[in-house]
Design a protein around this ligand. Structure first.
Ligand code: IMP
Ligand code: MG
Length: 187
């Protein structure tokens, strides 16, 4: 496949790992777990870009579970367009709401090396958040470099590169309604 500009689109074969139905069921379960522990004025901080699909479904599941969250966004980068982390995390777009005294739930697509979420948690605590909890759809435990555990996890993920449901490879595949393993990704 090629784009209008003629560059190659890395649209290879994707092996389904978690189907649309499985994800939907699990998102409702996570929301119920969160509601059992959350206070009235929870602030959801979605880590862009990867978590936008999960967060959109999660906040509506939270609503069904009786939670009335506020939402803010933080865009962090530790990956280029390849599949390996570059080690350093930087803020591309910061929060707009003050976090001082707030109970914050950070939402991300995947916990991999742990660098992104360790950094995000540190930023929010530094900003004066009262409590910071972490919620990830996928946990790739095998790849952990920083010591960080999520409070809420959707699925344990094998040590393979996955795409879909917000997760990308070179900014493609985010629109897939399911999550799958991308075999032989181009660098
Ligand atoms: P960490 O800082 O290494 O934990 O990486 C977190 C970020 O890396 C995630 O928010 C994703 O954007 C990206 N990432 C890690 N593993 C994968 C993967 O298998 N597929 C797509 N993106 C990934
Ligand atoms: Mg990404």
């Amino acid at each position: 496949m090629t784009t209008e500009s003629g560059s190659a689109v890395p649209y290879g074969d994707v092996r389904t790992l978690f189907s649309e139905a499985e994800i939907s069921t699990r998102v409702d379960e996570i929301a119920r777990d969160i509601s059992a522990q959350s206070t009235a004025d929870i602030l959801v901080v979605a880590i862009l870009k990867g978590s936008f699909v999960f967060t959109a479904d999660l906040i509506r599941a939270l609503h069904r579970a009786g939670v009335r969250p506020q939402i803010d966004f933080m865009q962090l980068a530790s990956y280029g367009t390849g599949t390996e982390s570059q080690g350093q995390v930087e803020i591309i777009r910061d929060l707009t709401d003050p976090v001082e005294g707030r109970d914050v739930l950070i939402v991300d697509d995947i916990l991999d090396s742990g660098r992104t979420l360790a950094f995000a948690r540190e930023q929010l605590l530094y900003g004066g958040a009262r409590r910071v909890q972490l919620c990830v759809l996928l946990n790739k435990q095998a790849r952990r470099v920083q010591e960080v555990e999520a409070d809420f996890v959707g699925f344990e993920c094998p040590d393979e590169f996955v795409v879909g449901y917000g997760l990308d490879h070179a900014h493609f595949y985010r629109e897939l309604p399911y999550i799958g393993v991308l075999d032989n990704p181009t660098p």
